[in-house]
Design a protein around this ligand. Structure first.
Ligand SMILES: [Ca+2]
Ligand SMILES: [Ca+2]
Ligand SMILES: [Ca+2]
Ligand SMILES: [Ca+2]
Length: 315
């Protein structure tokens, strides 16, 4: 009860609750209704944060993280202003409130929030919308639902693309990418007869069908089963043909490029050979002599008589 010189009386003699300990004054950070008893409430937005205020950002605005009644708004996180200093230990630092990207609640400047910090699924790690996507808010506090923009194709692995990737074809009726036949690398439809390019061991027959290359070919050209660009094991490429034994004067080279063995010409001194160089010859060209498997211009280093172990090659 307010008596004598009392300005307020909240029924106690404690300060820091709006009416000071001797009831001589109200406290500035409270709003008091003088009566019997006096009822004091903290002033929200006055820039003075009291313990009972969940947050205090110095304003009475809503939708900035700290509400006009000093409660933390959904979708925000409030932390103490690190620059705060106060002579009054009863006062606490003001709050700095920010939205939380990835909490599934779209707030503030977030263009989207799909509940994660993964990019490429429509909404990126900073809550901006990924290229070719749109994100829709869901009522309640559920995360946004993102999908491809109009006239953008969605792939089987959930990407949004302007053109379908290799091995797929565009389906305009629902803007998805359909899988080509496994033998096709490009196609207009799902069938093996709707191809425009083939995997290595197939070739494009009649411009639309992928048919297997000849059994000797690992890869054949786009036009023919027997025009090869590389050969299967046991064959060597000679021109565009795969042969199991190279022509006379050539040897099968599977060392230089093991993935694509080719027929290579023997050394100029060798008429027939099994390897590069002059040391694996089985006969020599005119003017050269075979010693063991080696062709040389002279029989011996000292120019002595040709023995039985040396013979001039047949021409
Ligand atoms: Ca306050
Ligand atoms: Ca506020
Ligand atoms: Ca958010
Ligand atoms: Ca995401």
């Amino acid at each position: 009860m307010i008596t004598g010189s009392e300005v307020c009386d909240d029924g106690n003699i404690v300060s820091g609750d709006g009416c000071n300990s001797d009831c001589s004054a109200t406290e500035s950070e409270f709003s008091c209704v003088i009566g019997d008893p006096t009822v004091c409430t903290p002033i929200c937005g006055d820039g003075i944060k009291l313990a009972v205020e969940a947050c205090e950002d110095g304003n009475n605005n809503n939708n900035d993280g700290c509400s006009s009644t000093c409660t933390i708004e959904t979708g925000y996180s409030c932390t103490d202003d690190p620059t705060f200093s106060s002579a009054n230990p009863a006062y606490k630092p003001l709050d700095i409130c920010v939205t939380v990207c990835g909490d599934g609640i779209r707030k503030g400047t977030e263009a989207c929030d799909d509940g994660n910090l993964v990019a490429g699924d429509g909404c990126d790690a900073s809550c901006a919308i990924d290229t070719n996507w749109k994100c829709d808010e869901v009522s309640g506090s559920s995360p946004d639902v993102c999908s491809c923009l109009a006239n953008i194709y969605s792939t089987s692995d959930n990407k949004c693309v302007t053109s379908c990737p290799t091995g797929t074809y565009p389906i305009t009726s629902n803007y998805t990418c359909g899988a080509c036949d496994s033998k096709c690398t490009a196609c207009t439809g799902p069938l093996i007869s709707e191809c425009s390019a083939c995997v290595g061991s197939y070739f494009l027959e009649n411009t639309t069908t992928c048919s297997p290359c000849h059994s000797s070919c690992k890869v054949c050209t786009t036009s023919s089963s027997t025009k090869c660009t590389s050969c299967n094991s046991g064959y060597f490429l000679e021109g565009t043909t795969c042969i199991s034994k190279c022509f006379k004067g050539y040897y099968g080279d599977s060392v230089t490029d093991p993935s694509n063995p080719k027929c290579k010409q023997c050394d100029a001194m060798c008429k027939e050979c099994s390897k590069a160089g002059t040391s694996d010859c089985s006969s020599c060209t005119t003017g050269y002599y075979l010693s063991g498997k080696t062709c040389a211009a002279t029989c011996t280093s000292d120019g002595s008589t040709i023995s039985d172990t040396y013979y001039k090659s047949e021409s």
